[in-house]
Design a protein around this ligand. Structure first.
Ligand SMILES: [Zn+2]
Length: 146
């Protein structure tokens, strides 16, 4: 099933990490409280859930395409269904999609209120590189020169 071209909002509100399961989510709008909602797609592009908040949507996508813990070395076995807030909730980090990464239980528990840069500088650098690539995609999609 072909995937329809992304709208500007879908590009802007996509997860900075442009790989499955993060890119199985498509921004669909906000609910009455202003929470961003995402549709969840499978690997063929078929929609499997029309809308969910970012945290639930990423959990569903991880069930479709399990991913490595963002903090673990690459060869580590795939983690259970945990997500971590890049900016901790204790520091006003929200359940926005861009603020969530998949984490193994050990890393999710050990990071707690620490920032990604304080706790895992290498993972923080990788996240910043993904964010830079995301901004480049948004600028390109909107014909904004960088
Ligand atoms: Zn881990």
């Amino acid at each position: 099933m072909p995937i329809e071209p992304l709208t500007p909002h879908q590009i802007i509100f996509a997860h900075p990490i442009d790989e499955a399961p993060y890119n199985l989510l498509r921004y669909v709008g906000t609910d009455q409280g202003g929470t961003h909602l995402y549709a969840v797609h499978d690997l063929s592009g078929k929609q499997v859930k029309p809308h969910a908040g970012a945290y639930e949507a990423l959990k569903l996508a991880q069930g479709i395409s399990p991913a490595q813990c963002w903090y673990c070395p690459p060869e580590t076995p795939l983690p259970e269904h945990h997500r971590d807030h890049v900016i901790p909730r204790a520091h006003d980090g929200r359940n926005e999609l861009h603020n969530l990464v998949i984490a193994c239980p050990a890393h999710n528990t050990s990071k707690r209120e620490l920032s990604i840069m304080d706790c895992h500088p290498y993972a923080g650098r990788r996240y910043m590189e993904a964010l830079h690539a995301h901004i480049s995609r948004v600028a390109k999609a909107n014909a904004i020169p960088l």
